[in-house]
Design a protein around this ligand. Structure first.
Ligand SMILES: Cc1cc2nc3c(=O)[nH]c(=O)nc-3n(C[C@H](O)[C@H](O)[C@H](O)COP(=O)(O)OP(=O)(O)OC[C@H]3O[C@@H](n4cnc5c(N)ncnc54)[C@H](O)[C@@H]3O)c2cc1C
Length: 492
C-alpha cells in the first residue's frame, strides 16, 4: 500500500507481522475482513538473510540485538523487528501447550472454552502451514553426543519437531534462514495473507492508539521513507488488534494510557549457556544446533542445545577470558548447550520517557529460578563429564571451568553466585495476560482488552503465564483461536 493521504480508514488494523499478527491477518482476510498490517521493521528479501550475526542483528533485530532486561541479574534479550517478527530469526523448535498448562491457565486465569481438544485444530492448522516435522534421524555430532549423554543417564529426552523441513544445516537460523527452509512467517502466512488481499505496510511504527470512551478510533503511526525522513499519519480503524510482541504491545498500550494489568507481569525463560569441550571434533559451527531437549526435569528445568559459532563461543568464554581465551583454538571440539528454567520471577515493561526507542524491561530472578538454574547446571555438567567430556564452561564469572562430576554435583545443593551469572533469554510473554480474572488479566478469554469494545491483543503478551516450552506454537494456536472468535462475534 502506498500511503499518500495523511488520514486513512481501514476495517481491521493489525499491529505487528510476527507469529500472532500474521496468523490473525490470514484468518480475518479469509473471512472477508479488510485487513491492513502495520509493521515497524522492514521487509528483507531472502538473499539478504544468512549474513554474519552482527549484520543480521542490524537488519532483523530490535535495537540491533542489544536489549537488556534490568534486575539484580541483568539478562540479555533479543527479539525480531522486521516483516515476520521474531519468527524470522528463531530456531523453529515447536511444541504444543502441555495439558498440565492448559488446566493451570484455566484454573488460575479463568480462560473460557480452553481445553486440549479445543486447541487441537489450531495447533494442527499452524503446523501444516509451517510444515512442522520431526528432525532427520541422522543427528549432527553436537546432537549425537548430547543424546548419548542423556541415554547414559537414563533420562527422558526427545528430538523436538521443527518448523524447518528441508533444513540443510546452514547454521544460520539466528541470521534468517538463507534457504527459506526455516519457516519464518514471511515464507508462508504473509504471502498467503497478501493473496487474500491483506496490505502489509512496513517501516511503519505505531506510536499511539487513539481512543475515545471505550473505543479505539485508530492509531498515529510513523512511516520511515527510504531517504530516512519520516511522516506521521493517522490511520482510522473500526477494530485494532495489537500483535507487537511481549515487550512492545504493553509499551504501546501504556503509552496510550491503557494501563490496567498491562506490563506488570513480564515473564521469561531465563537461560544459562554452557560450553562443553569434547575429546573429539564436533564441528558445531558447521551444523544446526542440537535438536534434543531433556524434559526429565520439566516444567521447572529444560536442558538443550544452543546456537554455536566461533564468535559466540568467544562471547560465552568472555566471562572468564583470562582463564579461558586459549580454548578458542579448540573450537572444533566444542559445542554450546543451555539450562533454561520456567521462570517464576516477576518483571515489568514500561515505555521509555522522552520519546526514546527503548522500552524499559525489568525481571527479578526469583530464588526458585536460581535454585533451578543451579540444579540444571549440576545435571548438565555431570551428564557430559560422566560421559567422557573433558570440561564444562558455564557463563558465570568466577566459575571458569567444571572438570569433575564432584565439582558438578555441588550445585545440586548449593546456589550459583547470582550476581556473577550472565543470563540470556529469547522467550518473553505474559505482559497482558488473558482470562476472565480481571484482578489478574488485561484482556478477556479471547484477547479483547477490558474496557474496550474494539481493541484486542493477539501475541505473546496474552499468554497468562510462562509455558515452560518454546512458545511460538502456543502463540499461533491461541492467536488463531481468538481470530476465529472475533470473526464469529463481529459484524462487518
Ligand atoms: C533468537 C530467537 C530464537 C527463538 N527460538 C524459538 C524457537 O525455537 N521456538 C519457539 O517456539 N520460539 C522461539 N522464539 C520465540 C518466538 O519467536 C516468539 O515467541 C514469537 O515469535 C513471538 O510472537 P509475537 O507475535 O508475539 O511477536 P513477534 O513474532 O516478535 O512479532 C512482533 C512484531 O511486531 C512488530 N512491532 C513491534 N512494535 C510495533 C509497533 N509499535 N508498530 C508496528 N509494529 C511493531 C515487531 O517489529 C515484530 O515484527 C525465539 C525467539 C528468538 C528471538
Amino acid at each position: 500500500m502506498t500511503v499518500e493521504s495523511k488520514s486513512i480508514k481501514v476495517e481491521v488494523l493489525v499491529i505487528g507481522s510476527g507469529a500472532g499478527g500474521a496468523t490473525t491477518a490470514v484468518e480475518l482476510a479469509d473471512a472477508g475482513f479488510e485487513v491492513v498490517v502495520l509493521e515497524e521493521g522492514a521487509k528483507h528479501p531472502l538473499d539478504s538473510y544468512g549474513q554474519t550475526l552482527p549484520k543480521a542483528m542490524q537488519l532483523l533485530y530490535r535495537n540491533k540485538g542489544m536489549t537488556p532486561i534490568l534486575g539484580s541479574v541483568p539478562i540479555g534479550f533479543v527479539e525480531g523487528r522486521c516483516l515476520g517478527g521474531s519468527t524470522e530469526i528463531n530456531s523453529g523448535f515447536w511444541h504444543r501447550l502441555p495439558p498440565e498448562f492448559v488446566l493451570r491457565w484455566v484454573s488460575q486465569f479463568g480462560i473460557r472454552d480452553f481445553s486440549v481438544d479445543s486447541l487441537e485444530p489450531h495447533f494442527a492448522w499452524a503446523e501444516s502451514h509451517l510444515k512442522v516435522s520431526q528432525p532427520p534421524e541422522i543427528l549432527p555430532k553436537s546432537s549425537a553426543v548430547f543424546k548419548e549423554g542423556v541415554e547414559a543417564m537414563g533420562w527422558s529426552s526427545r528430538a523436538i519437531p521443527r518448523a524447518a523441513s528441508g533444513c540443510v544445516n546452514t547454521n544460520a537460523c539466528a541470521a534468517g534462514c538463507p534457504k527459506g527452509a526455516k519457516q519464518g512467517v514471511s515464507q508462508n502466512l504473509i504471502p498467503l495473507a497478501e493473496s487474500k488481499g491483506v496490505k502489509f505496510v512496513t517501516d511503519c511504527k505505531v506510536r499511539l492508539l487513539l481512543k475515545t470512551r471505550g473505543r479505539v478510533t485508530g492509531v498515529l503511526a510513523e512511516i520511515r521513507r527510504a531517504d530516512k525522513t519520516t511522516d506521521l499519519v493517522r490511520i482510522d480503524a473500526e477494530h485494532v488488534i495489537v500483535c507487537a510482541g511481549a515487550t512492545q504491545t504493553p509499551a504501546l498500550l501504556r503509552r496510550s494510557g491503557i494501563k490496567s494489568r498491562v506490563g506488570d507481569t513480564f515473564q521469561i525463560h531465563p537461560m544459562l549457556k554452557v560450553s562443553v569441550l569434547f575429546k573429539e571434533h564436533i564441528d558445531a559451527h558447521k551444523s544446526v544446533m542440537p535438536m534434543l531437549q531433556v524434559k526429565e526435569f520439566w516444567p521447572d528445568i529444560s536442558l538443550g542445545g544452543s546456537f554455536f559459532s566461533v564468535g559466540n563461543l568467544a562471547m560465552n568464554l568472555s566471562d572468564n577470558w583470562p582463564d579461558n581465551n586459549l580454548l578458542m583454538k579448540d573450537y572444533r571440539n566444542m559445542a554450546t548447550y543451555y539450562v533454561a528454567v520456567r521462570g517464576t520471577g516477576r518483571g515489568s515493561v514500561r515505555p521509555a520517557r522522552f520519546g526514546s526507542e527503548y522500552s524499559i524491561l525489568r525481571y527479578e530472578l526469583s530464588d526458585v529460578d536460581l535454585r533451578h538454574l543451579s540444579q540444571g547446571l549440576a545435571r548438565l555438567a555431570s551428564m557430559f563429564l560422566s560421559n567422557g567430556a573433558e570440561a564444562v564452561y558455564p557463563c558465570i564469572q568466577s566459575i571458569p571451568v567444571i572438570k569433575s562430576e564432584l565439582d558438578a554435583v555441588r550445585w545440586l545443593d548449593e546456589n550459583l553466585p547470582k550476581s556473577n551469572m550472565s543470563l540470556t533469554t529469547v522467550h518473553a510473554f505474559s505482559t497482558c495476560p488473558m482470562g476472565e480474572r480481571e484482578d489478574k488479566c488485561a484482556a478477556d478469554s479471547y484477547g479483547k482488552v477490558f474496557g474496550f469494545e474494539n481493541l484486542y491483543i493477539n501475541d505473546a503478551s496474552m499468554l497468562p503465564d510462562s509455558p515452560g516450552i518454546n512458545p511460538q506454537g502456543t502463540i499461533m494456536a491461541l492467536a488463531r483461536r481468538n481470530a476465529l472468535h472475533f470473526i464469529a462475534t463481529t459484524k462487518h
